[in-house]
Design a protein around this ligand. Structure first.
Ligand SMILES: Cc1cc2nc3c(=O)[nH]c(=O)nc-3n(C[C@H](O)[C@H](O)[C@H](O)COP(=O)(O)O)c2cc1C
Length: 476
């Protein structure tokens, strides 16, 4: 080996100061989802866009255009067209909409326009970090054409998403990264280990954080969606899902003379309220269990206001960082749990606790949704702003479950599945669209027929069970 070869192999030669700085910048950058209200100067935005224009484009076409949206009404409009649920769109003082003229690159099978735009976006994100700004790219925007129209962009420019930019109001933990040796091969593909399956849950919540989030959601009341403030709704719910629950619970209740009934993680008490309204007098005891005294107080005050024909005992989890339902073993004959398991990274302790308090021969109706919603920023944001933004305001984090996973957990906790249903199978969503279209065209008879079909098919134990938005289990 020559002296020159050895020099090439030493760390000193490999690491240059600017190389280290560059890697440090990349390591420092994380998506920012919480922003201060402080505005960002046009000068800084221009510097970010300058960085974007320095990245390669196919044939150096440079067919991009960037629009920095700062005017509040326009920003709200663009946010709504993008995704009303993602609060950082509303909070960030600047949205940079990224456009590209794809018309010249349509025949290229290598998606050159998409690659070019992706490169420019990464430059925007890195330039933001280099200037101590926070930024996040949002790719899943709902109505790119609508955004183009709202911003007066000619139709030949296509919107490729938005970059939210502003001063950071959070230091989120670094997301995990796969080690280089797992993703790099020299010369031929030499992967030795199993194919990588991403775990896209970046932030794990502690039980105390979940408890605090649920408590505050109830008491802050302000739930902003699309700039409107909604309130925790005190009306009894009549959704098909709730109808299913009360009907099935009613069938279970019929077989026990004066049952002791428990609703697990009751939140605002909707399920308990339905039970009081529908089955008052048939229950020896009705319990609502949740994680904090604040939630118990909320339910108590709500029920006093509503003057319901009965009442329930509110139970509070007896430990801060583990599940402990304050009831003796085998005390409960009928139990319900409505879309709550998915809050927890490991729901087995909760299921075991539910099993413990269920009497031999007792029955449990368990509903599990399969949505996905993990980010801790919602909790932090709510603590800062006293309200939460988003459709899932009454839940906390959510983890997506496949039926096989749920069934394994249930068996592990000691339950036997007696019935399993899918609620709201996805193919019914197509009917919903059809119904809307028919109504618009004035074809009400067809719309009515389809609406009936949706209601008939709402509950299924057939093929579409796996493709349903909620799974329902009857257990003992
Ligand atoms: C193509 C693409 C689309 C993305 N869309 C969204 C989005 O719609 N909402 C969101 O919160 N984050 C979105 N992100 C950000 C990613 O969730 C984020 O980059 C990833 O979790 C890694 O975290 P980090 O950016 O902090 O390293 C998107 C990222 C990319 C590359």
């Amino acid at each position: 080996m020559t002296t020159q070869d050895t020099t090439l192999l030493t760390g000193d030669t490999l690491a240059s100061a600017s190389g280290d700085d560059f890697l440090a910048l990349l390591e420092r950058r994380h998506s920012t989802r919480m922003f201060k209200e402080t505005p960002v100067s046009q000068e800084l935005i221009s510097r970010m866009v300058k960085a974007a224009t320095l990245l390669p484009t196919s044939c150096n076409r440079q067919l991009w255009h960037f629009i920095a949206v700062t005017e509040p009404d326009l920003k709200r409009k663009v946010s709504k067209l993008s995704d009303a649920q993602q609060s950082y769109l509303y909070d960030a003082p600047v949205l940079i909409a990224v456009f590209y003229d794809t018309s010249l690159e349509t025949r290229n099978p290598c998606c050159t326009a998409e690659v070019t735009v992706g490169m420019s976006i990464s430059a925007l994100l890195l330039a933001a970090e280099a200037h101590n700004l926070g930024a996040i790219y949002l790719g899943g925007i709902r109505r790119p054409a609508g955004i183009g129209k709202a911003l007066g962009v000619p139709p030949y420019l296509k919107c490729f998403g938005l970059v939210c930019v502003g001063w950071k109001d959070d230091e989120p933990p670094a997301p995990n990264r796969r080690p280089v040796q797992d993703v790099l091969s020299f010369n031929t593909f030499d992967l030795q280990h199993e194919r990588y399956r991403a775990d896209i849950r970046p932030h794990l919540w502690t039980l105390e954080q979940i408890a605090d989030f649920r408590d505050k959601l109830l008491w802050y009341k302000g739930v902003h969606i699309d700039g409107k403030t909604l309130h925790v709704d005190a009306d009894v719910r009549f959704s098909p899902l709730f109808q299913f629950m009360t009907t099935r619970l009613g069938l279970m209740l019929e077989n026990v003379a004066t049952p002791r009934v428990l609703d697990v993680l009751s939140f605002n008490g909707d399920v308990v309220m339905q039970l009081i309204t529908a089955y008052n007098g048939q229950m020896a005891e009705l319990y609502a269990y949740d994680l904090t005294p604040g939630i118990a107080r909320y339910i108590t005050e709500r029920f006093e206001r509503l003057r319901l024909p009965g009442t329930c005992t509110c139970l509070v989890n007896a430990e801060a960082n583990q599940f402990l339902i304050p009831l003796p073993d085998g005390h409960i004959q009928i139990m319900s749990c409505y879309e709550r398991l998915e809050h927890f990274e490991d729901p087995l302790p909760l299921l075991r606790e539910m099993r413990r308090v269920l009497a031999p021969g007792g029955r449990l109706l368990l509903l599990v949704s399969n949505r996905y919603y993990p980010h801790m920023y919602r909790y932090k944001r709510m603590r800062n702003k006293n309200y939460s933004l988003g459709r899932n305001w009454n839940r906390g984090p959510e983890r997506k479950y496949e039926p096989a996973q749920v069934e394994r957990l249930l068996r592990e906790a000691g339950f036997r599945i007696t019935d399993a249903f899918g609620l709201q199978p996805v193919h019914l969503k197509m009917y919903d669209l059809g119904i809307k279209l028919c109504r618009r065209l004035g074809w009400h008879r067809l719309a009515d027929r389809w609406a009936d079909r949706v209601m008939q098919g709402y509950v299924t134990d057939g093929f579409f069970r796996t493709f349903s938005s909620t799974l329902a289990y009857e257990l003992e």
